[in-house]
Structures are given as structure tokens and as C-alpha cells.
Design a protein around this ligand. Sequence first.
Ligand code: ATP
Length: 457
Amino acid sequence: MKENTSDLMQKIVSLCKRRGYIFPACEIYGGFANAYSYGPYGTELKNNIKKLWWKKFVQEREDMVGMDGPILLHPKLWEASGHLSGFNDVMVDCRECKKRFRADNMITEITGKDLEGDLEGMNKILVAEKIKCPNCGKSNWTEVRYLNMMFKTEMNGIDEPVYLRPETAGAIFADFKNVVDSMRVKIPFGIAQIGKAFRNEIVAGNFIFRLREFEQMEIEYFISPDEKWQKLFDSWLEQQQEFVFALGAKKKDIKLREHSKEKLSHYSRKTVDIEYNFPFGWSELYGLAHRGDFDLTQHAKFSGQDLNYTDSENKKYIPHVLEPTFGVDRSVLVALCAAYEEEKLDGDDIRVVMHLPKAIAPIKVAIFPLMKNKPELVKKAKEIFDLLKLDFMCEFDDNGNVGKRYRRQDEIGTPYCVTVDFDSLEDKAVTVRDRDTMKQERMKIEELGEYFKKNIN
Ligand code: ATP
């Protein structure tokens, strides 16, 4: 039984809070700016997703290296990248209730028309179609205007404003030359980075879909200007989709949306968004863009440095770049949405279960003594926990009856539960219960490690 409504979103949000995945930030102060904290299980899930990404895109490839640059970068970098002048969203305020909206998104949602970048068109349609404020229902709007989305701050010893990076890519371009000079990289090659990014979004919302402080996993893949880029572009698109499948997503919930020629940035040859069918509708999950030589050319110009690459035939050129970009928080949200299921059991009983792929599940094995007040069972279960925890994220649970513990672990998405009973003390075996099939199997304690290694990683 699977739902696809905002009701489903509410259920996921409430499970996340109830089960220690994700909490509204600063709740004791009444919450703050639609921000969220990752709780113990959410942190595990998020870390596992980042680990999986790093393994697929850095560890397992010979043409990729990783780096980790600062959040506060030289202000000139944002001038060069065009963010200072052009990283804007369009906003409009309701004069009646004072609520602020992202004008383009609101107009698309209400009219189905996409007026991206056309401020005059937006002003006209707000009046002509008497678009009502989604908050108060009146139609009395301010002019639509741009808002720069970068967070400004100050730094000791620096006279001009400093910005929190709105994307991680900047540091990759700034260190392109250092990577080329210090590593034995040959074009085509890529640099990957995971880290926080900050955007002063006009409206944050849809749980962790649109945050003002979020994480990105980005790649800049440098190619020669003569490279037949189309094949590489398709291959990155394929790999980005493979990654969505690894989060547990189904093919039917993913679609590609290519940006039309008119809406492409002047430097981009092709840009494709990978969209996911979230409970609140199809929305951008990841993006892939051919950015030409725009970034390195700009940074060379603004820094006065030579950012040319010299190939094995001594030919010098500014590389072109393909940019596959992935949002960490949107990946977490996909994993949660794809995993959530309310399963009908016998009678009216319903089991809520998170079918998270085992590689990203926060807890891999939960270990229970059948009864809490039997020291010999607790001791044996603790022994097994101490052994398995060396290789897997495990949890020891002796709260309530075994049925309740199964339900709790199902909601956490734990693939296996191990129960130690009185027979275990004699036959050195335990009951292993599978989250998805609910099948229970008797297994020798000494075989558990191998079994989980084979089935989890
Ligand atoms: P949107 O159109 O949804 O605002 P975008 O096109 O501005 O997104 P990019 O600049 O391409 O997004 O950023 C790369 C990725 O970073 C996105 O595909 C998304 O996964 C993630 N991302 C961007 N903005 C946010 C945000 N406010 N909160 C969470 N993740 C975000």
C-alpha cells in the first residue's frame, strides 16, 4: 500500500521526528527559519549516502580526485563566477498580509505558465489574471523584483563583505591549478567535493527539500574543448540516475528535463535536470550542465593567473567542464520517500516499514535479548553486539517485548534483528529476522558476521 500525496509527506515528517531522523531546528525556541537538525539516525543515513557517493565517484574511479575547500572564499571569486551580479531569485510581496513569495514558482503553480526571467511578464500576469495570494486570498502585489541569494558576513581584517558560498563548486575552480600541479591528473579528469552551501532562499520549505543551509556533492569534470562531449554527458547522466536508484528510487519516479535553448545560460551547451516525483510533485533532484570554459576563463581573468592546461603534446588550452551536481538533503528525502511503506498485515494491522537499501540504512543489525530481566540472555546479547559492532552500525535493544522492538526497528529501517533466547545458551544459535520479508531464520552465532557481510555491503 503506497500513497503519493502530501499526506504521505506529513507521515514521513512525523516518522522522522518520532524516530530520531530529523527534527525541526531550535524547536525549544519555537523553531527557526524552516531549518532542520539531523538526529542520530538521520545523521547516519546522510553520512552513508555521502560515503556511497564518494565510493562511486571518487574511490572506484581512476579519473577522479576529491578535495575539501573552505566555505568562506575570496570575495573576488564570486565576482568572477557571476554570483554577485546574477545569483538572484525573483520575489514578490503581498501588500495585504506582507507574506513574501518566489514570484516565478508561485505563478507557475497557479497558472501553469513558466515565465522564468521575464519580470515584466510576471508583473503583468499578476494583475491581468488577478492572481490571489496563497496566504490571504487577496490580490494586491508589490512589483516583482530580484533578490541576491548570497549570505553576507564580515571577516576580521577584510574591509569588503565576505559571502558564505552558495555552491561548493567555486573552491574547485580556485584550486584547479593546484590539483593539476600536485597530482598526476590527465584530462579528462574530475574533482569532487562534498560540503555545505548557503542560499538566502525567498521561501524555504517542503521539509528538507528547500533549505537555506544545505549540503551538496559536486563534480567538475574537465575535458578538452575538442572532446566529443555528448557521449561523456550522457554517461554522467546515466551515472547520476544510477545513484538515485542506489537510494532506493524506482525508475517511474525519475524523469529528465532538458533546459530549452532560450533558457540556457549563455555559456552552457546543454543542461539537464534530473527530477524526482516527490510527494509534493515533480521537482529538481540533481542537475548536469555543460559549462564550456566559462568558469576557468573568468577566474583566469579576475585572478590574473594562467589557468591553461598543457596536454602531452604541449598544446595549451582552457578546459571545458561538465558539472554533475547532487543535493545531499534532497538525496536523503528521496531515500525516505522511496522507503516509506504502510504494509497491510493480517486483520486490520498495519506495519510502517522503511525499506531503505541496506547500504544506507542507519542501523544494520539490532540485537535483542528475549527478556530484559534475564541476565544470562542480556550477557549473551551484549557479547554478540560487541562482536558485530566492530563491522556494522548495530543497536542493542531490550525495551518492551520483541514484537514492539521489531516494529520500532522496521520504522528505523533496520534490515536485520537478532534475538537471543534460552535455546541460544545451549545451541549457540539465534533468530535472525529479515525486515522486508519478516521471515525468521535460526542461525549459528559464529556465522552471523559472514552472513551480514555478504548481505549488507
Ligand atoms: P532549484 O531550482 O530547486 O532552486 P537550483 O537549480 O538552483 O535548484 P543548483 O544551483 O543546480 O539548484 O544546485 C545544485 C543542487 O543543489 C540541486 O540540484 C539540489 O539538489 C541542491 N539544492 C539547491 N538548492 C537547494 C536548497 N535550497 N535546499 C536544498 N538543496 C538544494
